[in-house]
Design a protein around this ligand. Structure first.
Ligand code: BTN
Length: 270
């Protein structure tokens, strides 16, 4: 007889942690999927209500930003995607990712007692290493640029004590950082509560201020990595629309948007 897996995902436990949150009945917990974002997208196309969420123990094709993959071993990380049907137009995508990052920091802090910082635009960082990534995807109606749905997907490294070579210098987990075990079920419930709160936010300006306060990239020299160029710059500020204001060495300034660049630190990941 096999032993129950420690910290196995348990829908019932998560639903309990959601109290009377209207999203509670729309949670789907899976063992293995290719990508929770992909499954969430399928559910959205089929017309599922806003707040439908997909959580998986393992992803075989977890996806990150700019076509990268996201390391998603079974039993170790938390892989969660939520379908939202926001009223705001498509140009708010940057803000949605930013708001999700702040919401995720709140959830990690509530459950684990440590507050991550944010590496612009969508990475949660602990001790200078990547703890989590967020991938926001939109479906936009071509006629009027209305957002049909948004998928907010987050992957958090929870129990990992080692990572593949390619990310071993830059990745961390809650276990590695705090030297304690944390419950994926509690964290999933906290994330959903936090995303629910975010979805109802009216004062986005105030939340963007919190994003800027939590953003570790501001004030650092960075490399802006585009398809075939790397440009050095100083990160000056996060703008209210979520873009990053940078100053190049020739003195010119520019706002950069998340879809176009990846930001690297000068001396490593941050
Ligand atoms: C990034 O680091 O660039 C973003 C990573 C996002 C990973 C999460 S895991 C759950 C959801 N499903 C995916 O395929 N990706 C997101």
């Amino acid at each position: 007889m096999s032993m129950p897996q420690p910290d196995a995902l348990c829908r019932e436990q998560i639903v309990k942690g959601l109290a009377r949150l209207p999203w509670a009945q729309q949670l789907r917990v899976e063992q293995t999927v290719d990508s929770t974002n992909r499954l969430a997208r399928r559910l959205a196309e089929e017309g599922c209500p806003s707040g439908t969420a997909v959580l998986a123990d393992r992803q075989t094709a977890g996806r990150g930003r700019l076509g990268r993959s996201f390391y998603s071993p079974g039993g170790e990380g938390l892989y969660l995607s939520v379908v939202l049907r926001p009223k705001e137009p498509a140009d708010k995508l940057m803000q949605l990712t930013a708001l999700a990052a702040v919401a995720a920091c709140d959830a990690v802090e509530n459950v684990c007692g440590v507050r991550p910082q944010i590496k612009w635009t969508n990475d949660l960082v602990l001790g200078g290493k990547k703890l989590a990534g967020i991938l926001t995807e939109l479906s936009v109606a071509p006629e009027d640029r209305r957002v049909r749905y948004a998928i907010v997907g987050i992957g958090v490294n929870v129990h990992q004590t080692a990572f593949p070579d390619e990310i071993s210098d830059t990745a961390t987990s809650l276990k590695l950082h705090t030297d304690r075990d944390h419950s994926r079920n509690e964290l999933a419930a906290a994330l959903l509560r936090s995303f629910f709160r975010m979805d109802g936010l009216r004062d986005i300006g105030a939340e963007m201020k919190r994003y800027a306060e939590n953003c570790i990239t501001v004030g650092r020299r960075v490399q802006l990595v585009r398809a075939d160029t790397r440009t050095e710059a100083l990160a000056l500020a996060v703008q209210p629309d979520g873009s990053l204001l940078v100053r190049y060495d020739d003195g010119t300034e520019q706002s950069v948007f998340c879809g176009e660049v990846s930001v690297r630190g000068m001396y490593g990941y941050i």
